[in-house]
Design a protein around this ligand. Structure first.
Ligand SMILES: [Zn+2]
Length: 314
């Protein structure tokens, strides 16, 4: 059989680890650009809305003097938006944010490029964040662990995509306190599709219940908190991410995930308040902890359930 392909080689930890380096490099681009692309789109939408003469007439009446002011502001916003560089995930090529030097292919190699440059731009010597190689190495490591843990199975492919989405979501939330809908909905769709196609050990019913309970539980908690404390403690993006983890891993994993992520999040929050004088009112993004809890449940789900449910039962 000269044309048969041994898929187990391509799904081995080594091969997927190296593949993970390249995906990590792409995730760095997503983490940096996706929030900027979203912001540019919001600005463009707002500018268009403010210049909508029919809307202004409806809201203010035909003879209101503020119409001209608001239209002017809308035009200024549109001009600001035009002045921003047009970004997509593939264009333009990666460049130094300080001097605009376009990275050559060998400078763009995951981890190795950064090490060879000594963490500095080759043109202007401005430091390049240590986070870039860390994200690449961490993605590679997680890809290898997924391959090792789940073997050459369809589940491995599903969880490689899930791990990538979780890394991007966690770091975008850390940077901007935003959890892009695109990432959350992709993870939900992936979880449901994988269960439907029997790619993972999660049944479609467990995945669908995970989606519903995940969203509902955090919605109830956040509504109660807002009612008791009269301020918002969690954003809707967190509900969606938790729901997506429920869809991916099944409703049974929701409790371990929320307990783990709240415990770690609270510990880090207390540390930040004590050690760095982090203001209590400044929100700490919850997405990274949820993503971390989700990864823990992905690899240690059965162990976590065995630990948790006997404790609850007696
Ligand atoms: Zn530079």
């Amino acid at each position: 059989m000269p044309f048969s392909i041994d898929w187990s080689v391509w799904l081995s930890p080594w091969v997927l680890g190296i593949f993970g380096l390249c995906i990590g490099s792409f995730l760095n681009v997503v983490i940096h650009r996706l929030p900027r692309m979203m912001e540019r789109q919001w600005l463009a939408d707002t500018a268009e809305f403010l210049q909508d003469q029919d809307m202004l007439k409806r809201q203010l009446g035909a003879a209101d003097k503020r119409t001209a002011e608001i239209t002017n502001f809308g035009q200024k916003l549109a001009a600001d938006c035009e002045a921003r560089p047009a970004l997509s995930l593939s264009r333009p090529r990666s460049r130094c944010p300080h001097c605009g030097h376009v990275l050559r292919w060998h400078e763009n190699l995951p981890v190795i490029g950064w090490l060879r440059l000594g963490g500095r731009c080759s043109a202007c010597k401005a430091p390049i964040g240590l986070r870039y190689p860390i994200v690449e190495a961490a993605t590679a490591g997680l890809f290898a662990v997924v391959a090792w843990h789940f073997g050459p199975t369809p589940a491995t492919l599903v969880y490689l995509v899930a791990v990538s989405l979780l890394i991007a979501a966690a770091l975008i939330d850390l940077d901007t306190t935003l959890l892009p809908d695109g990432l959350n909905f992709s993870l939900m769709g992936l979880g449901l599709a994988a269960a439907w196609q029997h790619c993972t050990s999660v049944s479609l019913a467990d995945a669908a219940l995970g989606l519903l309970f995940g969203y509902g539980a955090l919605w109830v908690l956040a509504t109660l908190y807002q009612w008791l404390r009269n301020r918002t403690g969690m954003a809707e993006g967190d509900f969606k991410l938790f729901a997506a983890l429920g869809a991916l891993l099944g409703w049974q994993q929701l409790l371990p995930i929320i307990l783990l992520s709240s415990a770690v999040g609270a510990a880090v929050g207390i540390f930040l308040v004590l050690a760095q004088g982090h203001k209590r009112e400044v929100p700490i993004p919850f997405g990274p902890y949820l993503a971390g809890g989700g990864l823990a449940a992905l690899f240690f789900g059965q162990e976590l359930l065995q630990l948790l449910y006997p404790m609850l039962a007696g």
